[in-house]
Design a protein around this ligand. Structure first.
Ligand code: NAD
Length: 292
């Protein structure tokens, strides 16, 4: 059984991004810039933003951070995004979700210029992904899932039966589209799916993006299958502490799977690495140059 190491895979990806950034700065006088907007003081969002800023700087990019009060009006937030859309030093724009209830998330996402939408959530980018156009900026966590599946299966995923559990716009749907692009036969399962266990037991690849701790059991998994666990759930342990677990029952799954991503240390670290990859892609395409 192979434990798919997301931490070192992400480190390698960030290293190669840093190499490209160095060339961009030296040869093209282009230092990619990523603007991150954080509205309010949600503790989890603050941690995510801090990590994004740190890793952006580590690969040699510019990081611009905009912290806005929780009661900022939607109009003010949209005006800030508009300003960043028009700022040539900003190549990527990310608005940390979730937003306070009085702000319409869709309106915010649709205001970001599609070519700077490094989260890949704008309708133009999801439409391009749907149509299989290479110009799409693709959501980060789904990209990470594909890279990790290929660590076990190699670059050619054709003909594999992939069962994706979860149909969110952030993970489930885009990961299903990416797997389809890789010529997998894709089953997209969700909360209303019947006989989920028997569906899974036919899967060569399982991608679990549900948000329910340890829901996918060992006897759902085909021997030798590749299991990509996107879930991040905090549970209470018997010792009175808390622990992070995935959507897959790891102890059971490792007895049957051919490979599995651990939680933490699997899909999680890939997300920011892919965000930086998108920022690099966006920067180069805005300047009309190939990624060095
Ligand atoms: P979501 O709540 O938006 O979507 C959950 C999906 O699971 C829904 O589509 C729902 O239909 C499906 N679902 C719910 N109950 C089900 C059931 N009993 N059987 C089958 N399907 C069921 O969540 P999301 O944003 O897609 O995130 C999913 C998980 O992935 C969460 O644990 C989240 O924390 C994690 N996540 C991790 C990363 C990362 O690693 N960087 C990024 C995004 C999300």
């Amino acid at each position: 059984m192979m434990v798919i190491d997301g931490k070192s895979t992400a480190e390698n990806l960030r290293q190669s991004i840093a190499d490209s950034v160095r060339v961009l700065i030296e040869q093209y006088d282009l230092q990619p810039g990523l603007a991150v907007i954080l509205v309010g003081e949600d503790p989890a969002s603050q941690v995510y933003v801090r990590n994004k800023v740190r890793q952006t700087l580590e690969v040699g990019m510019k990081s611009m951070e905009y912290r806005m009060p929780p009661d900022i009006s939607q109009a003010e937030l949209l005006a800030r995004i508009d300003q960043l859309n028009n700022d040539p030093a900003v190549n990527g724009i990310l608005v940390q979700l979730p937003l306070p209830a009085h702000i319409d998330e869709n309106a915010v996402i649709e205001t970001i210029a599609p070519e700077k939408d490094v989260d890949g959530f704008h309708t133009i980018n999801s439409g391009r992904l749907m149509n299989g156009q290479t110009a799409a900026l693709v959501p980060c966590t789904p990209q990470g899932c594909i890279i990790l599946a290929k660590q076990h299966l190699g670059d050619d995923l054709s003909g594999k039966h992939a069962v994706v559990i979860g149909r969110s716009n952030i993970v489930g749907k885009p990961v299903a589209l990416l797997l389809l692009q890789e010529n997998c036969t894709v089953t997209l399962a969700h909360s209303r799916t019947e006989n989920l266990g028997s569906l899974c037991s036919d899967a060569d690849i399982i991608v679990a993006a549900v948000g329910r701790p340890q829901m996918i059991k060992g006897d759902w998994i085909k021997p030798g299958a590749t299991v990509i666990d996107v879930g991040i759930n905090r549970i209470d342990t018997a010792a009175g502490k808390t622990q992070l677990v995935g959507d897959v029952d790891y102890a059971e799954a490792q007895e049957v799977a051919g490979a599995i991503t651990p939680v933490p240390g699997g899909v999680g670290p890939m997300t920011i690495a892919c965000l930086l990859q998108n920022t690099l892609t966006a920067s180069c395409s805005q300047r009309g140059i190939a990624i060095p």
